[in-house]
Write a protein that binds this ligand. Structure first.
Ligand code: UDP
Length: 370
């Protein structure tokens, strides 16, 4: 059997690509090394609760066509992400907004908040220049109090390095507002798929051949393989594809500790609670039922521990600092010469993509291929 495309990775990028190319009459085979589809957006029903197995995923976008696209595959609820941050015995709203500032400084008005931030900024060494790293950027946006209590510890444990050695764009993801609005995202559309994410990928891959527990290199090299293909869409790690021949890209990994608490109806009162102190080993606790306004008698929580990535571990985040960005560009050049292979997704493009950007990027590749 010959396929038009071998799609490596049954995550969101691979599934959108497979779905669209199949609609265009192409024959696709999807393989994944895990024993399930859906990549890191995989959700699993446990105690009647949809558990985000590889970390919380909240769908948000400002792109209407992406929103309409994903809504073909499921219905979304109207969940709005409003995390809270715990620092020692203090609790603050996120993202950084008037609720945060009012609690931090016992003030009421935007003018008061802006004045405190301006005064704190004036006390810093670099008060006017362009921020050179995440620390300088954070200090210039919110001042030292917010930085020390809500950013420094969290960011350093999340990324495993000093805030001075991290690029500012990581934190530019978060809104800063001088209004009393706890919505973590500025996007127009936001929600959680009713019934979880896995069904989306199931529907996208409906009728398409899938082989699980199938690792690409071993599969491609196997002599008694019963299939061939014309082209590959590869959503694994780009440096791994090239056998690390230019060097290793760095990733950040995570460990998840899922726990069912029987008889506990409401453990923490919110879907996401961040722990911003450096010496608490996890960054956040997720209580999954709150993503879906659940009223089950039990609850499931997940502690999320950032971890050093070593070869063989699950890579979750690319670390887009100067060294890795340059190395990625060199790999991307090699990728251009690989005429029958397309690279996509967080790992194939070495980019800190959100789900809506993954869909956008996959649809762009489809356009080019069609
Ligand atoms: N961040 C922080 N304190 C928080 C939450 C986030 O300093 O309580 C910073 C941190 O640097 C983190 C970045 O903001 O890496 C992005 O956070 P986000 O929640 O968007 O990351 P993700 O959900 O992708 O892990």
């Amino acid at each position: 059997m010959n396929y038009d495309y071998l799609i490596v990775g049954a995550g969101l990028f691979g599934a959108v690509f497979a779905h669209e190319m199949t609609r265009k009459g192409k024959k696709c085979l999807v393989i994944d090394k895990r024993d399930h589809i859906a990549g890191n957006i995989y959700t699993k029903k446990w105690a009647d609760i949809d558990v985000h197995w590889y970390g919380a995923h909240i769908f948000h976008t400002s792109n209407k066509s992406v929103w309409e696209y994903i809504n073909q595959f499921c219905e979304f609820n109207n969940f709005v992400n409003s995390p809270v941050a715990v620092y020692k015995d203090e609790l603050y709203n996120l993202p950084f907004n008037m609720n945060t500032f009012s609690k931090m400084w016992n003030i009421k008005t935007p003018e008061e908040a802006k004045k405190i931030i301006a005064d704190q900024r004036a006390a810093e060494a670099n008060k006017t220049g362009e921020p050179a790293n995440l620390e300088e950027h954070a200090l210039s946006m919110v001042g030292r109090d917010v930085y020390e209590k809500l950013i420094k510890g969290y960011t350093e444990k999340q990324w495993g390095r000093d805030c001075k050695d991290l690029p500012a764009f990581i934190i530019k993801r978060l809104p800063l507002r001088f209004t009393y609005n706890n919505n973590y995202f500025n996007d127009r559309y936001q929600g959680i798929p009713i019934g979880g994410y896995t069904q989306i990928i199931e529907k996208m891959l409906n009728g398409i051949d899938i082989r699980l527990n199938t690792e690409y290199k071993t599969f491609a090299a196997s002599k008694d393989r019963d299939v061939t293909w014309d082209k590959v869409l590869y959503t694994g790690m780009i440096d791994e594809y090239f056998d690390y021949k230019l060097g290793e890209l760095e990733y950040r990994s995570l460990k998840f500790e899922h726990e069912l608490i029987e008889g506990e109806e409401n453990y923490q009162g919110n879907a996401v609670v961040n722990y911003t102190e450096r010496n608490i080993p996890y960054t956040r606790i997720i209580e999954h039922k709150h993503f879906d306004f659940g009223t089950q008698p039990d609850t499931i929580i997940t502690k999320e521990y950032p971890a050093t990535w070593n070869k063989g571990d699950e890579p979750y985040y690319p670390i887009n600092d100067d060294r890795n960005t340059k190395l990625y560009k060199d790999y991307a050049k090699l990728a251009e010469d690989e005429k029958n292979v397309i690279f996509g997704g967080r790992l194939g493009n070495y980019r800190y993509y959100d789900m809506d950007k993954v869909i956008e990027a996959a649809l762009e590749v489809v356009e080019k291929e069609a």
